[in-house]
Design a protein around this ligand. Structure first.
Ligand SMILES: Cc1ncc(COP(=O)(O)O)c(C=O)c1O
Length: 408
């Protein structure tokens, strides 16, 4: 069979939803300056779907740095991978600043977080080792695990008994040269709950292992100083390999891993997606430094983000919606329903109320459930929240009746 013909028979994760909803439910185009007010299909929207947690995307001082750095360096420079010709003093300074920010000794910049974390997993553990990971880990961890030759054990999401079981199973299988790497997340991006870092770290006393934490949603948003979920939970020292991305609270592209110097030196020479790929362009690195400095200098952004999060969450619950007990800004509204209901909620909110949210249904969440995920940011204001709560109030009878029908 022709390979291209065969592709038509292979469903994508969202099935026909991906192509049928193109431009509306999938691949929508939000236009206008980045922020809580954007246009969709020519209509003004209050947007709750972008991870610009600290509202950096609309910051004028940062935009000025973006422009000046691009004029100074061009988007082309430097050419080549870091290891070859793609290094610069700016890259090295950013690494030092990131390491200090997350309270680690050394950091490695990654041109993309996704590939970076995959390669780090691949580089860190080999066929003699054992990987233990949370079942709800992000796709980049799942792909990194696939790439690795290590033996893999998975534990039930945030279930310490299940983790313990897998850890002791691993212990039994250990030979002299076996090492264990445990991977979980700081903030789980769909549901907003935090990884059980404290409980996991506690078990290092019983079976030695190293812990890698993907804190994509936690860096910048969690912890008193924004240094992430480990700091928030008081266990940053127990995280051996810390991952953060610029794709969310930095509103940029690129990412980093922070750890001990010997680990970072090893990863810099062995992470294949970094050794064999172009390094981050200089303007990105310069503006990442600026963004980091501004995140450190403006703790009130985080405060605003949390205030907005609480107002939105409380308002939704007062109306009667089930908001999952998220411990991060991620605000997941859960209801019973089908893919059709998920689409209806998104469409009604957009068309009738000018509120843009994203939702997911089966197979991303269990069959019969719909999850509408709202991402508050520091750039949202009370008017945005009020407008959104009114919209949710207006559609609630429709949503709750659909849920009741499904339960009957
Ligand atoms: C939990 C998590 N890990 C990793 C990544 C990948 O990071 P990046 O966008 O920098 O490739 C994402 C998405 O941004 C994410 O949500």
């Amino acid at each position: 069979m022709d390979l291209f013909d065969k592709l038509e028979t292979r469903p994508s994760p969202l099935g026909p939803f991906t192509s049928e909803g193109y431009g509306y439910y999938t691949f929508p185009k939000l236009e206008g300056p980045l922020g809580p007010e954007m246009q969709f299909n020519g209509k003004d929207m209050v947007v709750w779907s972008i991870n610009d947690y600290l509202g950096i995307g609309s910051n004028e001082e940062i935009k000025k740095t973006d422009t000046e750095a691009t004029e100074k360096y061009s988007l082309s420079a430097p050419m080549g991978a870091r290891l070859m010709t793609g290094n610069s003093t700016e890259h090295e300074l950013l690494e030092e600043e990131l390491a200090a920010f997350v309270h680690k000794e050394k950091a490695q910049l990654l041109n993309f977080g996704y590939q970076g974390i995959m390669s780090a997993i691949h580089a860190l553990v080999d066929r003699n080792d054992i990987l233990i990971y949370d079942e709800l880990s992000h796709a980049c961890i799942v792909d990194g695990k696939q790439l690795s030759m290590a033996e893999k054990f998975v534990f039930k999401h945030n279930d310490i008994e299940s983790f313990k079981k897998q850890l002791f199973r691993a212990k039994k299988k250990m030979k002299e040269n076996t090492s264990i790497l445990v991977i979980t997340e700081g903030v789980f991006g769909m549901t907003g709950d935090l990884g059980i870092l404290k409980e996991i770290i506690e078990l290092k006393k019983e079976v030695p292992f190293r812990l890698m934490v993907d804190d994509a949603h936690g860096v910048g948003t969690m912890g008193e100083d924004g240094s992430g979920t480990g700091t928030h939970l008081g266990v940053q020292d127990g995280i051996d390999v810390y991952f953060g991305t610029f794709a969310k609270s930095f509103a940029l592209i690129g990412a980093f891993i922070a750890s001990e110097p010997r680990v970072i030196e090893f990863l810099k020479a062995n992470s294949r997606s970094q050794v064999f790929a172009k390094s981050l362009p200089l303007p990105i690195v310069v503006t990442a430094r600026k963004r980091l400095q501004m995140i450190k200098d403006n703790p009130q952004w985080r405060e605003k983000l949390w205030n907005n999060t609480l107002k939105l969450r409380e308002g939704l619950m007062e109306i009667g919606y089930t908001v999952l007990p998220s411990e991060s800004p991620v605000t997941p509204v859960l209801t019973k329903g089908s893919t059709d209901l998920c689409q209806d909620i998104m469409r009604k909110l957009r068309e009738e109320h000018g509120v843009f949210v994203s939702g997911v249904a089966y197979p991303v969440v269990p069959k019969g459930t719909v999850l509408i995920r709202l991402i508050p940011t520091a750039a949202h204001n009370d008017a945005h929240i009020e407008k959104t709560l009114k919209a949710f109030e207006a559609i609630k009878d429709y949503v709750f009746e659909a849920a009741e029908k499904l339960s009957a």
